[in-house]
Design a protein around this ligand. Structure first.
Ligand SMILES: C[S@@+](CC[C@H](N)C(=O)[O-])C[C@H]1O[C@@H](n2cnc3c(N)ncnc32)[C@H](O)[C@@H]1O
Length: 206
């Protein structure tokens, strides 16, 4: 019982920190870009407490996170709406669960070094249907960013905050089509994020 409260407290603090800088609105922008249809198979890697699940239609949702407390909180709140795994997404999961129509990597790649990010993107490219899409969203540093957004980015816990071109280069090894944009750095969304929409997995045509 006590551990359930602590798990929920941990997740609640995370969600509050997201709302304070408008990062929750950036997540909504990502869901709008993915535009899943009811029944779609959705993979969410680094799902955290999955607090944005209310904004998805009824999908066949699979959320993975290495933080046990986040997964416990997600299961407690959304256990009837999705499948949650407190482990990294690996080839054995791909074998069992793929193909997916859509994949969310929200706030994940800036926690992974280049080798980890590239191997995960390769696995994701093999895990989606040829028509599937992947949405990524990450804290980034770039020229022209406001001082406040830069300050928020510098306080992010990710160890691999990159300029947009570095995220794009990693994705281009595995996806032939990349659409990207900056989300946020506005009065309603103080934090700025770099978002990519990836499609045409290279493994599908290789
Ligand atoms: C910034 S949070 C994002 C959570 C959620 N997607 C969101 O947008 O609110 C990043 C999450 O990635 C998880 N994470 C880090 N490395 C991971 C990995 N290799 N596999 C799965 N999850 C990972 C962390 O535990 C953390 O919950």
């Amino acid at each position: 019982m006590i551990s359930t409260w602590m798990d929920r407290g941990h997740a609640a603090l995370y969600v509050l920190s997201q709302r304070m800088v408008g990062a929750d609105l950036a997540r909504r922008t990502c869901l709008e870009a993915l535009a899943p249809r009811p029944g779609d198979r959705i993979l969410d890697i680094g799902c955290g407490p999955a607090y944005y699940l209310d904004h998805l239609p009824a999908c066949d949702y699979h959320g993975f996170d290495t933080d046990r407390r986040h997964i416990a909180s997600a299961r407690a709140r959304y256990g009837d709406r999705g499948h949650f795994y407190d482990e990294p997404y690996g080839p054995e999961h791909a074998e069992r669960l793929a193909p997916f129509d859509g994949v969310l990597l929200l706030g994940l790649l800036h926690h992974l070094d280049d080798e980890q990010a590239s191997s995960l993107l390769a696995l994701v490219a093999r895990s989606i249907r040829p028509t599937g899409r992947v949405i990524t969203l990450d804290t980034a540093l770039y020229e022209g960013q406001s001082r406040l957004a830069r300050l928020i980015a510098k306080n992010d816990r990710g160890d691999f905050i990159r300029p947009p071109r570095a995220f794009r280069r990693l994705a281009s090894e595995h996806f032939a089509s990349i659409e990207d944009r900056i989300v946020g750095d506005t009065p309603r969304m103080l934090a700025s994020h770099y978002m990519m929409e990836l499609s045409s997995p290279v493994s599908a045509s290789a």
